[in-house]
Design a protein around this ligand. Structure first.
Ligand code: WTA
Length: 663
């Protein structure tokens, strides 16, 4: 990888060659920030921990309520109910409230499509004001009702990154339907599983999406999935890419027909604070994705305030979170958090390297984007493409940078800080999860000094700790389990159809704490350094995948007898996927079979789940009780070496054979 020069204009750098680089908030930034100093952060944090209910109630009262709550928190571990007795509507907060505050003509969404014009200057650009967005949401919401969708129904959304995806989410919120968004990069299997688990009778999709110069056949994927289930009554299809698709009479209906003749007035449904806002599926340590449930009030309160403080949002910002709406980051920080703040959100449909690696920088220059929130994997890919590319563009509109999804290596952090941020922009490395709903640990850019590679300190009202299995807090610089000690408004309310798993997975591992599944340590300043997952979940290019999910996909191939999937280091993705595979009798290992299996996983789950490496083995190493010893395979995938205790191995020969293969 390219290295970062050891000099910078930033006053806070002593040296970039040691691990103690500290970057205090730039003075000019701090002056106009919402939270202006470390003392201010400490004071508010202290109060928020001593009296969390008072703190969160103060934040909640900044929002629009249809009926005020009567109780801030009802905590029967591990079940939290926030703002009990209150009623509100999330879409009303994101639209009507903004218009009432005078933002009707303010642009809510600036969108750029992926295909570039023939002169290569830009893609198609759409600008939608808050009033226009409210109109579109209300018409579509009325259209959904006309299609028979009611409060409490579950609506599956499988869309490209277009403004209509936001419209669809907000329209569901407006009428009280629960959305379940599926990432557009997932294959038909994933759609089927999620539609069935959510018992969703309605799907909103598009003909296709543009991705890296080709069309992702979204509608065809839906058709394929729906062959296996009769649950779905209606499929609403947005015409976007214009590719030919099949429309099934009686089931499929065009978006334009859904809104035809509908009124732009749709009163917001008064939702109870604890009503489900959405379900979002994420990978866990079993083969079955979990439907994480988020509530209405708590989720809105958490995303609203973290967006405001972590991104230090101001009225004239043009804010860009590059995540797809299919991930939690898209829910919290493309849609709900920014719109609840009346921000102008930038949205881009396609790939970062289309038509080349200059695309992001060209859009930042052309639209004068001020805040960029992206993933370490993207930063590493840009680094590898070379700094000459961003250097060609004027990035002086940027004032704040952010990252999320996986630990950022200090080298990539420095590159981001210097090459993209010109040493001028603070970086917020934000730690959180699908389950937490909102950012939990992150610098506040005007108040907290940053160091490359750490998410620094907890957000207001959040009390994380690094503990051992018994819940004892560990001393400074000792690695352990990251837990959260107190409930917070945007925490998950459970796993759909699996209440036991909620208790088992998050609240049983460490007594009286929410267990994150991550390892961490705290340094001398109390900063949290995230050390990756300690369970069977891997973060590949910032996307969360369960090893068991990929294993099930592999075993579903008729050549595969058994499979074990483990993480391996990867230069761009951070973590890649190594799959150890044993074959059915009579099947022979070959390069072709490797390729076939890689593509097979791509078809079963989606391209992001494709293994980077397939290794054939005669048998997998197992404990006496028959559990695959993933730890050994992990070490093997990591550096080809096996360390540690192997006495529980049933067949040492197996390991020896695997090691021989390495040599
Ligand atoms: C990892 C994404 C280090 C972590 C919002 C977590 C991070 C998982 C960071 C959640 C970060 C996320 N530093 N690790 N700043 N942000 N992670 O549910 O392992 O897709 O548990 O939510 O990503 O992934 P998820």
């Amino acid at each position: 990888m390219s290295s970062v020069p050891a000099t910078t204009s930033h006053a806070g750098i002593d040296s970039v060659l040691n691990e103690d680089r500290v970057f205090p908030p730039p003075e000019t930034f701090a002056k106009s920030a919402h939270i202006k100093s470390f003392d201010e952060y400490k004071r508010i944090y202290q109060q928020s921990i001593e009296n969390p209910e008072q703190f969160w109630a103060g934040i909640a009262s900044e929002l629009k309520w249809i009926k005020p709550w009567s109780k801030v928190l009802e905590w029967n571990p591990p079940y939290a109910r926030w703002f009990e007795g209150g009623q509100l509507n999330v879409a009303e907060n994101c639209l009507d409230r903004q218009i009432a505050l005078g933002r009707g003509d303010k642009v809510a969404i600036v969108w750029e499509g992926e295909p570039v014009k023939s002169d290569l200057s830009a893609g198609e650009v759409r600008k939608i004001t808050y009033s226009q967005l409210a109109d579109a949401v209300n018409r579509f919401a009325n259209g959904l009702k006309a299609q028979g969708i009611r409060r409490g129904d579950r609506v599956t959304i499988y869309m490209p990154m277009v403004p209509e995806a936001v419209v669809a989410m907000l329209a569901c919120a407006r009428i009280g339907a629960t959305h379940s968004v599926i990432f557009g990069g997932f294959a038909s299997h994933a759609i089927l599983d999620r539609v069935e688990d959510a018992r969703s009778h309605y799907v909103i999709t598009a003909d296709g999406g543009n991705r890296r110069g080709s069309i992702v056949p979204l509608k065809a994927n839906v058709d394929e999935a729906l062959k296996q289930t009769s649950l779905v009554k209606k499929v609403i299809v947005l015409k976007h890419t214009g590719n030919e698709i099949n429309m099934e009479a009686g089931r499929d209906i065009w978006w334009s027909d859904v809104i035809a003749g509908q009124s732009a007035d749709c009163p917001p449904e008064p939702m109870e604070s604890e009503d489900l806002l959405f379900i979002l599926y994420t990978s866990g340590s079993t083969g079955k994705p979990k439907g994480i449930m988020h509530s209405t009030a708590g989720f809105l309160v958490g995303t609203y305030i973290t967006t405001k403080y972590v991104f230090d949002l101001h009225e004239d910002d043009l804010y860009w979170c590059t995540a797809d709406i299919g991930w939690i980051t898209g829910h919290s920080y493309v849609v709900y958090g920014p719109l609840a703040n009346g921000a102008t959100v930038f949205m881009y449909e396609g790939a970062p390297n289309f038509p080349d690696f200059g695309r992001f920088w060209s859009m930042i220059q052309r639209h004068k984007i001020t805040i960029l929130y992206t993933a370490p994997t993207a930063i590493r890919a840009f680094m590898r493409a070379g700094r000459e590319i961003p250097d060609k563009y004027d990035l002086s509109s940027l004032r704040l940078l952010g990252t999320v999804g996986e630990p950022i290596n200090p080298e990539a952090w420095m590159w981001y800080q210097q090459v993209i941020g010109d040493g001028r922009c603070p970086i917020v490395d934000t730690w959180w999860q699908t389950e937490t709903g909102a950012i939990m640990i992150s610098p506040l850019p005007g108040a907290i000094a940053t160091k490359p590679g750490t998410a620094t300190l907890p957000f207001f009202g959040i009390e994380p700790a690094v503990v051992d299995r018994d819940g004892n807090e560990l001393p400074t610089n000792k690695g352990g389990l990251l837990v959260v000690r107190k409930p917070w408004p945007s925490m998950l309310r459970g796993i759909l159809n699996d209440p036991d798993r909620y208790v088992r997975q998050y609240w049983s591992e460490v007594k009286d704490c929410y267990f994150t599944g991550d390892g961490a340590r705290r340094d001398n300043d109390g900063y949290f350094w995230l050390m990756g997952r300690v369970d069977d979940v891997i973060n590949v290019a910032g996307h969360r995948l369960g090893t068991a999910e990929i294993e099930s996909a592999l075993v579903a191939h008729d050549a595969v007898a058994e499979a074990a999937v483990v993480p391996m280091p990867h230069e761009i993705k951070g973590t890649g996927i190594a799959a150890f595979v044993t074959l059915e009798a009579g099947r022979k290992p070959s390069e072709e079979l490797k390729k076939e299996l890689i593509n097979w996983v791509g078809q079963q789950i989606g391209p992001i789940a494709k293994p980077d490496q397939i290794r054939f083995a005669e048998a997998l190493p197992k404990t006496r009780s028959g559990k695959i010893m993933r730890r050994l395979l992990k070490e093997l995938a990591h550096d080809g070496e096996v360390r540690g205790d192997i006495t529980t191995l049933e067949d040492l020969n197996v390991l020896a054979k695997l090691r021989q293969q390495e040599e």
